[in-house]
Write a protein that binds this ligand. Structure first.
Ligand code: AHG
Ligand code: MN
Ligand code: MN
Length: 335
């Protein structure tokens, strides 16, 4: 694959692989690319302009929204809405799904998008990398009618595309359309994403484990035992602990270096913290497309049938051998 190609060229070249030839899917990906550049530009100025700190608003999940959560949400929603490329949107920052039926075109669109516009927003105030993560499906309700909740409550294995953007030391957009995973790095001088990481594969084994160990005492016993296993000195262990606190950034590091990311259920939160539809599912799809694995401890993330748009799930994801080892520890305590 030619590494000098831009994301725009890649989208056009790959259009023939997509189900639709109407160009709608390509325009949807282009709208995400545009929003990513706008959010990136704003994030780069954090500290210079008034975007650090809380907005004073709490979202439906009881989380205090940061100014940048709201800004990123507005940018992504308007970029996607203006191009009339989806019939509906789910966002972490909106209580309910957004029905785009302002005109006939929106209702005749085939796709829905679900997204976490700004992941790891607590890191923005301290100049640590944050991200965006999204998931795209074909609607199940008839084209030409208003989008329905069922269009969003599809199993992750129905995803047509998923991706994330890491606003890090450089800004990268990593994308799968179900045909492998490719990473594009933004050249800020030119404003274009270039293919920098073609056909990303997660190493089958790594030496990094990522988990918020502050919650250790509340973790299920199988997870506690696996963490102790990671810490024991034996052959290639102890593993290294790395936790940024932006799932997208932690996940991205593990994609490149190999490793396991864990957000278990715990006493105070019996389904964990991460949201199934716009955090776990897109990460799981990308991980599998890169040869990795993602589970809630008992079943494949992509096979879970969602019942609520903001529902949460325990999440274990990364190098296949590490995830399988973790599953063996979970199993010991549940047989
Ligand atoms: P968000 O900023 O979109 O609400 O997501 C935060 C998530 C995830 O990105 C991160 O890995 C995790 O919360 C961190 O949670 P803890 O502080 O509980 O470790
Ligand atoms: Mn998030
Ligand atoms: Mn978020």
């Amino acid at each position: 694959m030619n590494k000098n190609i831009t994301l725009g060229e890649f989208i056009i070249e790959n259009q023939k692989h997509y189900e639709s030839t109407s160009g709608e899917f390509s325009r949807l990906l282009s709208s995400i690319k545009l929003a990513a550049k706008v959010v990136n530009h704003k994030i780069n100025k954090a500290g210079l302009v008034d975007i650090i700190g809380y907005s004073g608003i709490t979202n439906i999940q009881g989380e205090d929204q940061k100014k940048l959560d709201i800004y990123a949400n507005d940018i992504f929603i308007s970029a996607i809405t203006n191009r009339e490329v989806v019939c509906g949107i789910v966002s972490e920052e909106n209580d309910d799904f957004i029905i785009l039926n302002g005109n006939d075109n929106s209702m005749s669109n085939k796709y829905v998008i679900l997204l976490d516009p700004l992941d790891g927003s607590s890191n923005i105030d301290v100049n640590v990398s944050v991200g965006t993560i999204f998931s795209i499906y074909k609607r199940v309700s008839p084209v030409g009618t208003p989008v329905k909740k069922e269009d969003f409550l599809q199993k992750g294995n129905k995803q047509l595309a998923a991706g994330y953007i890491v606003y890090g030391t450089s800004t990268m957009l990593v994308l799968t359309t179900g045909n492998g995973v490719n990473g594009f790095t933004l050249n800020p001088a030119i404003g274009s994403f270039y293919l920098s990481h073609p056909d990303i594969k997660i190493p089958s084994k790594g030496n990094i484990y990522s988990v918020n160990e502050g919650n250790y005492l509340q973790f299920p016993q199988g997870i506690k035992d696996y963490i102790k296993y990671c810490q024991e000195a034996n052959e290639d262990r102890p593993y290294t602990s790395r936790y940024i606190g932006s799932m997208v950034s932690d996940f991205h590091r593990n994609m490149i270096k190999g490793g396991i990311y864990m957000y278990p259920n715990c006493d105070i939160n019996n389904k964990g913290k991460l949201r199934l539809l716009y955090e776990c599912n897109p990460a799981a799809f990308i991980a599998e497309q890169a040869g990795g694995k993602a589970t809630d401890g008992f079943q494949r993330i992509l096979d879970i049938k969602p019942s609520e748009i903001h529902e949460r799930s325990p999440f274990y994801c990364g190098s296949v051998k590490m995830v399988e080892k973790l599953e063996s520890f979970i199993l010991k305590h549940n047989t």
